[in-house]
Design a protein around this ligand. Structure first.
Ligand SMILES: *Cc1c(COP(=O)(O)O)cnc(C)c1O
Length: 564
């Protein structure tokens, strides 16, 4: 079954989460969607890769919201047998002094252009394991520190051993975020010097060789995004897998810092946008941090109405999205507007089904959907409700929201409740709704069906952001804080609009700027100048979508990180 994949050396792409399809809940948000889009582009470009992730049988969680917007979480169980094939091989890793067995499911990612890529979903839910160990690969980002560390052992060490047992020859290891950094320790052990070949005081491992084999993408300036484990925990869970002085030298004196471990064992390191790379260089002085700005997978995020237009006018765009630079001149305004109305109608249908709310296809619609957490500031638009109401009386508009809060993020949950209070406070003046259960399907409908995609993070916390890029593929302009990818993507009035004058602006001035842009720029343009509005829609396609895609991103990873 694996024969078609093991005849040539591959790049192994390790990610804690991966969004393979909407009904496989092995992802929580941006990181997983990026992993999925990475592999989808690898499929279209026929790159020799293999993805390694966890099977997460209980998913991330299913979000339920009551009338007040109080979030409760249910497991999102799925049956891997519905989509993947069990592989015979089993390997063991030692956890807390006992062997824990790991097997994998083979999911084959099939591209719409005929490419195929193997994805290994690691599973400890095996008869050989204790009931506790069987749950290690159940819940994505669930449990306590010890649970997380065990998951990372399965991903990094278990994943490496399975690749080997299955016969994969790996030429490069790509760590998508630090969760998989323990793979570097497994590599070190494979390239340990024999004690007799070594004089006292000389290193025990061939670190330069391991570094040649690894590359690392860091994804967030948010402190909580960088896993740290106490050496007491490490000792009790991982035992003496590797000698402590070496581990401390690579992963930090006081705690095992997964980011530091990944940095020290990777020859190529990058952040996910230019600004994010700068921030990362400040966070981790002494490391060379490159910038490879994220993208999204063209075909996955383009509404069928627009895909049809692009197929007709810009044949080959799915393989070479750069062709979209010509969208401006070769697609008529009417065609763009018609395709957009189609996407808007699908969204309005979905809103009706999910919430019962009736949206008006003639009103400008703002979309905001992402993880609900404090630094994303989903409340910025509602800082001054009276002002928002006055604007709406002059220029009517409507708003659709969605997003999950991590089960332990109380602040994020309170933000969802606050948004629900605003829905009531704005009743009769601004039509507004919150769609439960944000996932790939809802994201697809929203990014294509709204008229403006809004993003209001606190600078410089948005490493990249990708949902705005999805919007661009559907001719939906962004109205966003200059942070992450938007610093590179925003051409004022051409691809969308900025909130705040520059990437250096004071976060405190954003509220005024947002209201000003709404009242004096965005809404008047929509209501009074349809011809100019369509020009901005086309600007988003030809100047943003042509560049901010994972095909371009993968071509850079190949030429800079994978082959050097
Ligand atoms: C694209 C996507 C995200 C990431 O969006 P950001 O703009 O980067 O926050 C999160 N969740 C889902 C379901 C997505 O499709």
């Amino acid at each position: 079954m694996l024969n078609e994949f093991i005849h040539e050396p591959r790049i192994a792409y390790f990610s804690m989460e991966i969004a393979l399809r909407n009904d496989i809940p092995t992802y929580s948000g941006g990181l997983g969607v990026l992993a999925g889009d990475t592999m989808r582009s690898a499929t279209d470009l026929n790159l020799p890769m293999v993805a390694v992730s966890l099977v997460s049988r209980a998913g991330y969680f299913r979000q339920a919201l009551d009338e007040q917007g109080r979030q409760t979480e249910q497991p999102a169980f799925w049956d891997p047998a519905d989509h993947a094939t069990p592989l015979g091989a089993k390997v063991s890793v030692t956890i807390e002094g006992r062997p824990v067995w790991v097997s994998a499911w083979l999911y084959i990612l099939e591209g719409h252009m005929g490419g195929r890529q193997p994805v290994l979903l690691l599973d400890t839910d095996l008869d050989e394991n204790s009931s506790e160990d069987r749950k290690i690969t159940h819940t994505l980002y669930g449990g306590d520190k010890s649970y997380r560390f065990k998951q990372e052992i399965i991903l990094g060490i278990g994943g490496m051993r399975l690749l080997q047992a299955l016969g994969f020859e790996v030429r490069q290891h790509h760590m998508n975020e630090g969760h998989s950094a323990l793979l570097g320790l497994e590599l070190l052990k494979r390239f340990a010097y024999h004690p007799e070949d070594r004089r006292p005081g000389e290193p025990s491992y061939d670190i330069p060789l391991v570094r040649e084999l690894c590359c690392f993408t860091t994804h967030t300036p948010v402190e909580a995004g960088h896993d740290r484990f106490s050496y007491d925990l490490v000792k009790s869970v991982l035992g003496d897998f590797i000698d402590l002085p070496t581990l401390k030298q690579l992963a930090g004196e006081d705690e095992l810092n997964m980011t530091r471990l990944a940095l020290n064992l990777s020859e190529y390191v990058n952040g996910v946008a230019k600004r994010h790379a700068e921030i990362s260089r400040k966070m981790f002085p002494g490391y060379r941090v490159n910038a490879v700005t994220n993208g999204v997978h063209p075909y996955t995020w383009t509404h069928p109405g627009f895909a049809k237009l692009f197929d007709h006018h810009l044949s080959g765009w799915c393989h070479e999205p750069e062709l979209l630079v010509r969208a401006e001149c070769c697609i008529s305004d009417e065609e763009v507007l018609n395709a957009h109305q189609l996407a808007k109608a699908s969204l309005i249908d979905k809103i009706k089904t999910l919430t019962g709310a009736t949206f008006d296809s003639n009103l400008p619609t703002f979309g905001f959907a992402r993880r609900m957490t404090a630094y994303k500031r989903p409340d910025l638009l509602f800082s001054d409700l009276e002002r928002l109401k006055r604007i709406a009386q002059k220029y009517p508009f409507q708003i659709v929201l969605a997003g999950k809060a991590h089960p332990h993020d109380e602040g994020g949950k309170q933000l969802i409740e606050m948004l629900h209070r605003h829905i009531h406070e704005l009743d009769g003046i601004v039509n507004m709704t919150f769609l439960p259960g944000y996932n790939m399907e809802i994201a697809r409908l929203m990014v294509a069906g709204v008229d403006v995609w809004l993003n209001t993070p606190l600078r410089p916390m948005e490493a990249s952001g990708t949902s705005g890029m999805k919007a661009a593929f559907n001719g939906v302009p962004n109205l966003s804080i200059l942070d992450g990818w938007w610093i590179e993507g925003c051409i004022e009035g051409v691809t969308g609009w900025s909130i705040g004058d520059s990437a250096e602006s004071d976060n405190g001035a954003d509220e005024q700027s947002l209201y000003h842009k709404l009242e004096h720029v965005v809404l008047p343009l929509y209501h009074n100048h349809q011809d100019k509005w369509v020009k901005v829609m086309k600007g988003a396609i030809c100047k943003n979508a042509s560049f901010f895609n994972t095909h371009r991103m993968m071509r850079r990873y190949v030429t800079e990180a994978y082959i050097h």
